[in-house]
Write a protein that binds this ligand. Structure first.
Ligand code: DMJ
Length: 564
């Protein structure tokens, strides 16, 4: 079990990071460049100034050196002295941490990225604590709160992040609230999927990290209260449950459920059965997977977005996407297979078939920069539209390749990661829109078009999540740099001075990004957690060979024994 008293409490030094991560010339060069980019403009100027100073001293105090520039070849002695000066200058620029200049002490310590993530978390938490404590979400601009289920969603979603970041004080106050204030005995309708991934997932993962039984008791309580959702004619669960009354129902306008929702509660319910030795939870969710596995209406492994709770059949057939309403179906096929120790062949079969379906029907390249992207299929018409949500896919593909799946999954992961990165850097704020439309025409210009209604950014985690997976598997420092740039953009355009971060309306307008006055709980539960894991050099911190992350970034253990 992971204990937070380890390296993550230690602010890592640059030389630590350097010596651990890179062992060849290429990586060393990248690392120097990375370190250079971590310095502020003032720090860079100081180092350049020092270098220039050393060079001038060299020229002044070693006369034959200047003569050599007159055309005569360098003698071995002067060459050695020149190299010595250069080496000394580089050494000083790398090692110096405090410089005295004109009697001013100026710190040139490189930016500690882990500390910057902790700082961002503390800032978000400050706003939540002051204006929204005990409520679901912070509205940072109006200094108020928003309610969804009325269950203190932000606190529960953020518990394991605080533990992982080593924010002991914040964790303790949150733990106290969960123990003394959180009650699920409430006449309130909750969405099965959202409360499973955020609340049940958050409580289970915090139980695993801390060993604190209180979290397991709370997890059992909510798990049991969600069970009525599965009492339907088809065994495909309803979308909503009243956790106080023990009743469940579909949305008012339909008897359909969303496909991603009914197939993305399995990791959590299966884990609850394992922990409680009560099979009822895993039975209901395994039944859903079995039904979907054999259901007609798939298109080379791709699934429609809706399923009917009465008939158990797919509805709204003909639209295929890896974005909203279907995304985590694909993610959970792979992750359940990993969770269960790779012993459930139907899950693997469905996953492999689906990835082939993606390659066959949804992959295209943009005109200008030949970026590979995942579009949508709408009744056999290709639509070059990609939700930011699809940016979970590079990470999932890389995780599969790491677990022995075909190498071309990794190649595709690398290409899609580049595309998701471009969705950020091609925007004026450096932040991705919610939806991108890719330009298929082969002329110079932007790859990404954004429709006015799609220009918002909700502080979503998917790209940072994938950067984390890709860094863990490749150790390529560029993924950390890309992540760092995103964190800087969040700080520049979404940070609210009085506390908290806000979603924005227009990623194309750096002058007026249009704060929307909402900080989603997943910003603390997922986005900041993945930033921290991306920048951490401790590769054993939530090792991907020991943990599988649910779709809300809550780590759950990979089972040592196969499922029963
Ligand atoms: C989160 O609740 C989860 O990551 C979910 O899978 C998708 N939507 C949000 C984040 O974007």
């Amino acid at each position: 079990m992971y204990s937070p008293s380890r390296k993550d409490f230690i602010a890592l030094t640059l030389s630590d990071q350097h010596s651990r991560s890179y062992n060849n010339g290429k990586h060393r060069r990248q690392s120097c460049w990375r370190k250079w980019k971590q310095l502020s403009r003032l720090q860079r100027s100081l180092i350049l100034f020092l270098l220039a100073l050393l060079l001038i001293c060299g020229l002044l105090f070693y006369p034959s050196f200047s003569e050599q520039w007159g055309g005569r070849p360098l003698s071995p002695l002067s060459l050695a002295v020149s190299l010595l000066y250069l080496h000394a200058a580089i050494y000083v620029s790398q090692r110096v941490s405090v410089v005295s200049l004109a009697s001013e002490i100026v710190s040139v310590k490189p930016v500690d990225r882990l500390e910057m993530v902790r700082e961002a978390f503390r800032h978000a938490w400050k706003g939540y604590k002051e204006f929204a404590w005990g409520h679901d979400e912070l509205k940072p601009v109006s200094k108020s709160y928003g309610e969804w289920f009325g269950l203190g969603l932000t606190i529960i979603d953020a518990l394991d992040t605080m533990w992982i970041l080593g924010l002991k004080e914040e964790f303790e106050e949150a733990r106290k609230w969960v123990e003394t204030e959180l009650s699920f005995s409430k006449n309130v309708d909750v969405n099965l999927f959202e409360s499973t991934i955020r609340i049940l997932g958050g409580l289970l993962s915090t139980y695993h990290l801390t060993g604190d039984e209180m979290f397991l008791e709370k997890a059992k309580d909510i798990g049991l209260r969600l069970m009525p959702a599965f009492k339907t004619p088809s065994k495909i669960p309803f979308s909503d449950v009243n956790i106080g009354k023990g009743t469940a129902h579909p949305p008012r306008w339909t008897s359909d459920s969303t496909l991603a929702e009914v197939t993305s509660v399995q990791l959590e319910f299966r884990e609850l059965s394992r922990l409680t030795q009560d099979p009822q939870y895993q039975e209901v969710v395994n039944e859903v997977m079995k039904l979907v596995h054999k259901l007609p209406g798939k298109h080379d492994g791709l699934v429609p977005m809706f399923i009917n709770t009465n008939s158990g059949q797919f509805t709204h057939k003909g639209v295929f996407t890896l974005g909203a309403r279907a995304d985590s179906y694909y993610e959970y096929l792979l992750k359940q297979w990993i969770q269960g120790g790779k012993t459930e062949p139907d899950l693997l079969e469905d996953y492999l078939e689906a990835i082939e379906g993606v390659k066959k029907h949804l992959l295209r390249t943009s005109g200008p920069r030949k970026l590979t992207f995942v579009g949508e299929l709408n009744h056999n018409r290709f639509n070059p539209k990609m939700d930011h949500l699809v940016c979970f896919l590079p990470g999932t593909l890389a995780l599969g390749a790491h677990n022995g799946l075909p190498e071309d999954h990794m190649e595709l992961a690398l290409q899609l990661m580049e595309t998701c990165h471009q969705m950020y850097i091609q925007m004026e704020t450096g932040l991705s829109p919610e939806i991108a439309h890719f330009n298929l025409q082969p002329y110079d210009g932007r790859d990404v078009d954004v429709k006015p209604a799609d220009r918002h950014n909700l502080l979503r985690p998917e790209t940072v999540e994938s950067l984390f997976y890709l860094y863990r598997f490749t150790k390529d420092a560029k993924y950390r740099d890309w992540g760092w740039d995103i964190l800087e953009s969040f700080n520049k355009y979404t940070r609210v001075p009085s506390g908290g971060y806000t979603s924005i309306s227009n990623v194309r307008d750096p002058v007026n990004p249009g704060p929307r006055d909402k900080m989603e709980s997943f910003f603390l539960g997922e986005t900041l957690k993945y930033f921290y894991l991306l920048f951490s050099d401790d590769l054993e911190l939530l090792s991907l060979d020991k943990y599988v992350f649910n779709t809300e970034a809550h780590p759950l253990p990979i089972w040592q024994l196969p499922p029963v």
